[in-house]
Design a protein around this ligand. Sequence first.
Ligand code: SAH
Length: 395
Amino acid sequence: MASIILKPGREKPLLRHHPWIFSGAIDKIEETPKPGETVQILSHDKKRLGCGAYSPHSQIMVRMWSFDSEEEISRDFFRSRLDQAIKLRKVLFQKKEVTGFRLVNAESDGIPGLIVDRYEKFLVCQFLATGAEHWKQDIVSILEELISPQGIYERSDADVRKKEGLPQVKGVLTGKEPPDLVEIQEGMCRFYVDVKNGHKTGFYLDQRDNRAILAKYAQGKEVLNCFSYTGGFGIVALKSGAEKVINIDSSASALGIAEKNLELNNLDPSRSQLIEGDVFTLLRGCRDKSIKFDIIVLDPPKFVASKGQIERASRGYKDLNLLAFTLLKPGGLLFTFSCSGLLETDLFQKIVADAALDAKRDAQIVLRMSQASDHPVALNFPEASYLKGLICRVL
Ligand code: SAH
């Protein structure tokens, strides 16, 4: 096995079991490993720290598989990690009320770079790092063994693959090709998921628990669902008795599925409006016409892709939340989210507080939200915690 020797002092994160080694921490690479190959990691004074996958093109040059220097990285290793990940979901979803969920959450489930989402009888995988890519065939055959899905589909067409020097690929890995729309159950709702062309692996599974929270508040309310995608929050609100929901998204194809989702849930289309457009423009329009809502959901896409963008993104979040605060009726609720991992929770809260202040609204936090439990965060890998949300009530 090839060895990687770290610079003096750079073993510290590894001693805390953080799974990433950046190129700047590496002193020497002995023998030349191939991309994805398992390498052993040594501190500068040659203590063995464990082993990981070598990724020569990425700034994250090694993702650790194990901190136990005796552990062998083999098919059995992946079988045991996958089995462990699946066991958590068996506990979470034993009642079968949820048939779309994340089965493997990469680093936090001990398999850096691997995402596996389950949609009914199909699995959708993303191999986002060179190590996961290297073990693809084994991972797929183990998943077949453990889950017996009808088919496993690959959605490795995510941008992060470029940083690893990996091409964008998608297609059937094994078994049947999923239909254009796979139907899943999420509590009292059903959703169509476009696993082949939708965002991520097709659905925002991470918001499931927060959609369920909205259900508790929605009865009889007028809801504005901003960045609706395929209707998620809006469908849940209507199913829970909301009087009216306006959904807005810039993606026509997402709204096409939202319309089908209304039908799938036997919802009266007259209680719902689907608008293709820009949220900022719509919110300004409502402000100018003094249109008000009981509940507003703001679930924008990621505004921060790198640390340099935090300031600009903060202004975006502020504008958005400011506009939303002005449109709430007294007693109204704002469900506001950020999925930018690089934006700290405290900063997000401060931005929302500033927005309320500028909107001249007094507000209180009713609840803090995060990603659903099938997206666990390894304690040694806080980077996995990216989604944060607040329910704010204006007084
Ligand atoms: N709340 C959704 C997920 C939202 S993802 C759910 O629970 O399923 C963010 C969405 O914002 C995407 O669907 C994207 O198409 C949309 N979007 C991005 N920029 C936008 C803009 N300026 N105006 C409207 N929609 C936008």
